[in-house]
Design a protein. Sequence first.
Length: 293
Amino acid sequence: MESATATARPAVSAAPSRIWSWLRRNGFKIYAGFALAYVLIPIGVIAVFSFADASQNRDHLAFAINNGFTLKYWEHAFAVPDLNDALLTSFRLAALATLISTVIGTMMALALVRHRFWGRRASNLLLVLPMATPEIVMGASLLSLFLIYGISLGFTSLLIAHIMFCISFVVVVVRSRLIGFDRSVEDAAADLGATPLETFRYVTLPLLRPGILAAALLAFALSVDDFIVSDFNKGTTETFPIYVFGAHLRGIPVQVNVLATMLFALTVTAICVVLWQQRRAERMASVRPEQEV
């Protein structure tokens, strides 16, 4: 009887140590899971509300789920003309800001990483300032600048403002890709007779493409999502975030949740494509010619 009790005690005492060991191995994964859930749960709520029948209680969507689920808002996702105009304006603005900021930011990243010139360190510091500056300060400063130089507020002022704060993010993303870039591939292309332009087009640009795409997606997302800077410099132009902010005073249409869910799905798809391109570029960059014995 005593021997059975003695053998049972080590098993009981070993249980907490096994639990502690399991927590040490999986603690970071659990923490990451909770953090990811914290970020994604609000998006999931928006997706659920896009199927909620809010015909009886449009102003309080939290109670609309009790009325059941419906697909009528997805079937008529573009039934609000003002919302459609604001969304198209945001897309047009984000597309132009992304294109211009990506071109300028990529060239700036190449200059900062590959060339030495006076003021290079100061330029690296100044590029971080727009990312660290509060948006309300940036929006008010841009408004003052436009008023001083007599630039009328509207789509043009919004485009200038969005390009300004998107460039910094593009430079940071592309520069991080350039820092780990293997220059020996370019040297090999030059040894084989390629001109600098051909080397850039057929060697450098394909290897930089994942970083450039990631920077462009980030710039596009920042432009579509921006509210504070846009609100200061919008004039009579209305973007998607500005429309949603104005609509919440009188009741947000359910179509806003539908379009937000569509945008999220589109963003996730684009990120998956970029990750696939990045892995493909890493595999291409890791290929080395076999050395002859």
